[in-house]
Design a protein around this ligand. Structure first.
Ligand SMILES: [Zn+2]
Length: 109
């Protein structure tokens, strides 16, 4: 037979373990901020600017294509690290469904 004190201790331990497991899962999902290397592009002719993710071989001053506005030279103006908020698709997928449907009382008593 387990005495009541042991049961209480076991219950508290179970609670603590559950709490720790839940918080560990939460902290694992927490880092929604992601660091991304961004390449800033600029047209040498009209000043049109554009940003895109860094690609291998990018360097400041590199000609990466044509300006969509004037057809001039599009050059890499800067490369920097940017913190980006989590992927939006992931966030919307975690939306909680509303389970607050009014329960119908059929009154069958
Ligand atoms: Zn241009």
């Amino acid at each position: 037979m387990l005495d009541p004190m042991t049961i209480v201790i076991l219950a508290v331990l179970a609670f603590i373990i559950t709490y720790m497991a839940v918080s560990a899962m939460k902290s694992r999902q927490e880092p929604l901020k992601k660091k991304v290397i961004v390449t800033q592009l600029k047209c040498s002719n009209c000043g049109y600017g554009e940003r895109r993710e860094f690609r291998e071989g990018d360097y400041v001053g590199k000609e990466v294509g044509e300006c969509p506005k004037c057809g001039g030279k599009l050059l890499v103006e800067a490369i920097y690290l940017e913190e980006v908020e989590g992927i939006p698709e992931l966030r919307s997928a975690v939306s909680v469904p509303k389970s607050s449907q009014p329960q119908k009382n059929t009154g069958r008593y």
